[in-house]
Design a protein around this ligand. Sequence first.
Ligand SMILES: [Zn+2]
Length: 213
Amino acid sequence: MKIHTHDGYDATLESHPDQCPFCHRKITPIPLHGYTKDQRMQAFLLCPSSQCNSTFIAHFFRYGQSWNFDGKTSAGNLKEKEFSEKIEEISKSFTIIYNQSSFAEQNGLLEICGVGYRKALEFLIKDYSIANHSDQKDTIEKATLGNCIESYVTDNRIKGVAKRAVWLGNDETHYVRKWEGKNLEDLKKLIELTVHWIEMEALTKTFYEDMPG
Ligand SMILES: [Zn+2]
């Protein structure tokens, strides 16, 4: 695509951002104007979606006669992860802490977002345990997360996945990493699986209660 630059040229953009930082749709941006300096270009681009039409700046570097996108754009809206009604009902705190961690991650605060995900996981599992054992609320609140999973999570699939998520979550808070080669993406996948199993169990229970056999 071509973009008109401040010094009167039409520059060729070999690559471009493929996602709008505001609406997060996959897009081919409309080039508005480029400003070049020292082999770098700041390009003013428009999201073509009529529901969005937001403008943003993308950064390019010179490559021979043309320009390549360097992966950076000005900030737009942070992406919020939506959880099902069931999960919101079980642990509103989990959804809030998870999204705050995700905002930290989207802002590049990679050294601290893992600690946040670990905290989100603790709220999810403890609130889920309390929902199933409301008479033992105090004990559950004070228990370590590992003990809580051992004693109160009865479904073996939730137990297996949650335990592994805690192992990786603890790695995010400790000085020495125990699970080399496992990373933030693995921790997020394990949290997602935990969410998935909890939803399945909670939904199944609703049907058993509504339609006693
Ligand atoms: Zn957009």
